[in-house]
Design a protein around this ligand. Sequence first.
Ligand code: FDA
Length: 510
Amino acid sequence: SHRTADPTEAFLKCLGLRNHSFVPNKSTYTRRDSGYSTILNLGINNLRFTSTSTPKPLVIVTPLDESQVPPVVQCAKDVDLEIRIRSGGHDYEGLSSVSQLPFVILDLMLLRSIDIDVASRTAWVQSGAIVGELYYKIAKASPILAFPAGVCPTIGIGGHLAGGAYGTLLRKYGLGADNVIDARIVDVNGSVLDRKTMGEDLFWAVRGGGGASFGIILSWKIKLVQVPKNVTVFTVTRTLQQNATGLIYKWQNIAHKFDTNLLMRAIFNRIGAVETGDATIGVYFNSVFLGGVDKLLPLLKKSFPELGVVKEDCTEMSWAQSILNFNGFSINEPLETLQNRSINPRRYFKAKSDYVTKPIPLSAFQGIWNLFFEKEATGAVVIFTPYGGKMKDISKSAIPFPYRSGNIYSIQHLVYWSEEENAKAENYIAWMRKLYSYFGAYVSNSPRAAYINYKDLDLGQNNLGNTSYNEANNRWGADYFNGNFKRLANVKTLVDPGNFFKNELSIPLL
Ligand code: FDA
């Protein structure tokens, strides 16, 4: 009977019938409500997906209480609407906010409690919390505890841990998803399950299988990890004139073998203007060491003397402060800033990822630099993150994230552009594809390895309706999940046999 009515009205009516705590205009927004556009755009990090031509939801639901989540699933099914689950809205391809079929957004931003238990070194975190809030609360509870998730404070815990989650502690403690010990999920029937009631197969799949395929994660229980009261942070920049090429070449051979207390990223972009002939490449060796400067310097002197790091380059601070530092803030920035949901400006961008198993030859870097001297590379940046350490010790099938031993570092390729340039967005995207194609000769191939938290629809996507396992595996599944894709499809078939939870990159049925 719902299907014959206007779908928006039918959906709202169903919610009211199922749960009397739904007050329209308080936790539901339709296209007629004044707050609709604000709420919609607040949760879209990549501004590409805020354009007027982007399909918009019929309704946005922002539950004030967990009991309001199951009715959203039941009513979307009843009325035959797609559902998009949104926690922090940082999806690279906007998949938490956009569907090509009529849809509703379930936005969990108001479900963001964080309960830390210092004694057991664990915490329950609701999906709508951002990682910055988590880091802040942990730091307030204990100066020697932390959590190994992402660097950007505004990422939502819900989608982030569902796709893996890595940051400056990955060489010491692995991924965020490696440190999840329980989860609460609303399944396709509207039942709330925890680790015990969902069983180990589904619990395996939700820790890295990419979110949105199995149900709605309400909260994660995580294991906190130990860090020293003070860590040491340094970033040294070297240009082409200062042997940047030789240094990044050497970095590839050693960064994954450093002491696990040291994480040294290599980040590069173009600095200076091409027109005036001042342009060069800057490679930033952006680092955090879990210990004091007096331990760090001898270590660097032994394994990377060419970099020339001196005591004056280094600053000791708390680990939480180091996250602010990695986001460009000074040592005097109050830790409270970590909780600020608009800490970083939202931008237009296109990104891709790669994994590297053997060093890129020295001679290949010239080709990369040449691409960075092109016009479209003004807002481009590439980030190399070293693996090794704990990442190589965890088995490839422990969770769905498959890139462990044998991978020496991961790459994130990014190109940003401004609002004024957005009419030419295709030029920037074309440049990104060219860069990615150049890297193709030097990185993991067949399948070309990619990180599910850096979604890239260029690799392929599902059909609008159902997509077979083989099609999905050939198009994109093997790229993100390698040998774990089949097991994910197996779990999907068991828990959501009607394929209700689907999107462009959702796990297919077997
Ligand atoms: P969002 O709400 O967009 O969700 C992402 C996906 O998960 C969608 O498919 C969504 O439907 C689904 N989903 C969301 N909540 C769910 C829930 N509760 N239950 C089930 N499914 C759910 N990554 C990283 O590992 N390390 C890093 O340092 C960074 N840094 C970073 C910086 C910036 C600026 C951006 C934009 C992104 C990153 N990322 C990252 C990538 C990030 O991990 C990735 O985008 C996450 O999926 C974001 O999770 P959100 O909840 O914010 O996204």
